[in-house]
Design a protein around this ligand. Sequence first.
Ligand code: HEM
Length: 436
Amino acid sequence: MPTTAHDFRRPPGPDSTVALGIDPATLGILQKLQREYGDIVSIEKPSGRLAYFINDPAEVRRILVRRHTRYVKGPGFERVKMLLGNGLIVSDGDVWRRSRTMIQPAFKVQNVHRLMRVMVQCTERRAAAWAKAIENNQLINITKETSEFSLELILITIFGSDYENKIMASGENPFAFLSRDSTRDLSVVMKVRDLRKMLLAIIAERRDRDVDEFDFLSMYMQATDKSGVHFTDKELLDELMTLIVAGFETSANTLNWAWYLIAGHPEVEAKLIAEAKASLPSVAAVNSDNAAAMTYTQQVLEEVLRLYPPVWLFTRRASEDDELEEYDVPTGTDIYLSPYVLHRSEHIWSNPDAFDPDRFETDGKPKRDRPYFPFSLGPRRCLGEYFSFLEMKVHIGLLVARFRLERVGSADPVLELAINLRSKNDILLRPSLRQD
Ligand code: HEM
């Protein structure tokens, strides 16, 4: 591969240095660079490091799928290390490969199906809260509701009965602080330390009691690598924190935007209600076949994830030399990939800012090569994708048929672009019971 300064094939880009973070300013910068220089832009950072912003679907795929072994996680991930230690999302190389192989079986479709009853149970708790809000003539804070739903769900699917008995023993959820961008706040160090202590006590007690529960903690504790070795307590803690952080805010934010969009699109709402009534006969009888039949709800969620991908920007760093179709990628180059920018690119999606679930109608065609990657692609693709679609379908399906949520005011929510894409302010909606 040509690597001398002489024949180095560098993508177009600005002459002056550009600082990039994971923040709103960076989104504006990346969109402007794409408009000016095209879908592969080279940037020199103030540190002198070379970075590429890649918005070309085929090249994104090349980096995440075919050439993934030439890249490690890039800038931004160090901020979450405080919470996640060396868990799956931040680890690389052999450590990542061993953990992924040990954890992947827990996410098998049959296992996720066994957790569906928790999805129904957590949805029904929201239904009770919404009914109470209607009785009291109150608005619903949908941002808070979806956050409580997803947090409770991930904690019960991980800890089973230890959630009520140990985690909620004081009456307050000790993980609730995670719903704000806690990685910037150093005061969370103490909170994280306390949480890890509590989780260690739960693990120790499970080892002593030889507990037979079906939950992620049991599956993780039973997992072994190819030499038959289990996770150490430290590894287990890192993986549990990773699972909570990865599985909670992403789904919560998607549902927050979903309810907001549904409330503004009566034609979509009507189709969702019709499908929910046909597919989910009763709360007690919800099963995986019902959820599989909810193809329109799936389209709606895919469209929500196109417009508001929770992981709106992520990074890699080249750990060895690589090349794109037309350009060289020297070792050490930072790669910026943005589902948000790609999903809203006019030359890739028609009318990209419009909410139109019909664009995800598959007509039985394979979905594989879509210019779309809210869950990333390749071997590091999200492990919780199936879990999250199931949880979101159960949640929307069971609630949309019973509750009408209307927008209050006409201003669109402002985006907050941190590690996750969320609404800057909580979204309030007016609930009422459906009459039919
Ligand atoms: C709408 C919901 C979700 C979205 C959009 C989402 C998105 C993502 C993305 C983009 C990544 C890859 C990040 C990167 O490689 O830099 C990822 C990784 C991951 N996600 Fe999700 N996620 C969601 C829900 C979940 C849920 C519910 C769980 C668990 C129950 C989960 C568990 C994980 C794990 C363990 C990884 C790390 C995989 C690895 O590095 O091997 N996610 N997710």
